[in-house]
Design a binder for this molecule. Structure first.
Ligand code: MG
Length: 304
């Protein structure tokens, strides 16, 4: 299934995407059982509804619920809303944490001119940087080296702690797209690097447009990722080129910190970012970035 969150009549809704339409399932998601004590034990307030409640439910509850959700899709009284007319929101509005990884594609590692890392290089984006698909992101006036990074993002669906690579994909609720916008002067030109700051400014984390459930992407290493800036292809890669696949990243991070339902793990960017173009290409007002992966769709962001 493909979930979309959207705003209508002053309320937040969650729907299932069918072709070019969206079927509202907000009422069904409110009824999903979640393990409230497990969430509260870690200081997480259980979601009262919406896609976050679905993500917080256990894998088996989500599987049971899928049948009910699919029934709604065939019910003749359900109005199908044209997706193109909806004001979409990020699948996860405020992840508990956004875990990223540096230089995780072989071709990108090569263009940086240094040897690939032997272990994942973990970086973070702050949750307050998340912005909706289609958002207009303001370039901070003082930022001169504003860059994009098209990425496959994983939404975690269960508490993952010390999980093996074999088990790791069982902890995935679904997949979406993330544009890891970065102010390179804070990442590359300052010692020590201020990487989290560089990647966490307001609006620097476009996320969406939809969440595709894990069962629809059984192998996340077989996806084609493309980033287009102002109509020009800048990144075109296969996720098979990742140095540390999704399962390895989940397992690795979970040895040190618990991944929680609704956390976002973003898996790195392939070659072609603006910083390594000759000469470098920096984003400015009026630019439009489209990050695409076929079964997920296109995440569009404009710069203002
Ligand atoms: Mg990145």
């Amino acid at each position: 299934m493909k979930f979309a969150r959207y705003e209508a009549d002053g309320r937040y809704h969650t729907g299932i995407v069918q072709g070019t339409s969206v079927i509202d399932v907000t009422d069904l998601l409110e009824k999903i059982a979640v393990n409230e004590s497990a969430l509260k034990a870690r200081g997480i307030e259980p979601a009262t509804g919406g896609l976050m409640r679905w993500v917080q439910a256990s894998t088996s509850v989500r599987e049971q619920m899928s049948a009910q959700l699919r029934e709604r899709l065939v019910s003749p009284q359900t109005a199908a809303l044209p997706m193109a007319e909806l004001r979409l929101l990020s699948p996860i509005a405020r992840p508990g944490k956004i875990v990223g990884v540096g230089r995780n594609y072989a071709d990108h590692a090569k263009e940086t001119g240094v040897d690939p890392f032997e272990k994942p290089r973990i970086i973070f984006k702050m949750p307050s940087s998340v912005t909706a698909p289609g958002a207009a992101v303001p370039k901070p006036a003082a930022v001169k080296k504003f860059d994009f990074e098209g990425e496959l993002a994983v939404v975690i669906g269960d508490f993952a702690r010390n999980v093996t690579e074999d088990q790791a994909l069982n902890y995935v609720a679904g997949y979406t797209l993330l544009n890891d916008l970065s102010a390179r002067e804070f990442q590359f030109d300052i010692t020590p690097p201020q990487t989290t700051f560089a990647k966490s400014m307001d609006g620097f984390c476009p996320l969406g447009p939809v969440l595709v459930t894990g069962d629809e992407i059984p192998d996340p290493q077989k996806l084609r990722l493309k980033t287009v800036v102002n109509g020009q292809i800048m990144q075109d890669a296969c996720t098979a080129d990742m140095l540390f696949p999704v399962a390895t990243l989940i397992s690795y991070v979970s040895q040190y910190m618990t991944l929680e339902p609704g956390d976002v793990l973003t898996t790195g960017t392939p070659a072609g970012i603006g910083a390594f173009q000759k000469p470098p290409v920096w984003l400015s007002a009026g630019d439009r970035i489209e990050v695409s992966i076929d079964p997920i769709g296109t995440l569009v962001t404009s710069i203002v």
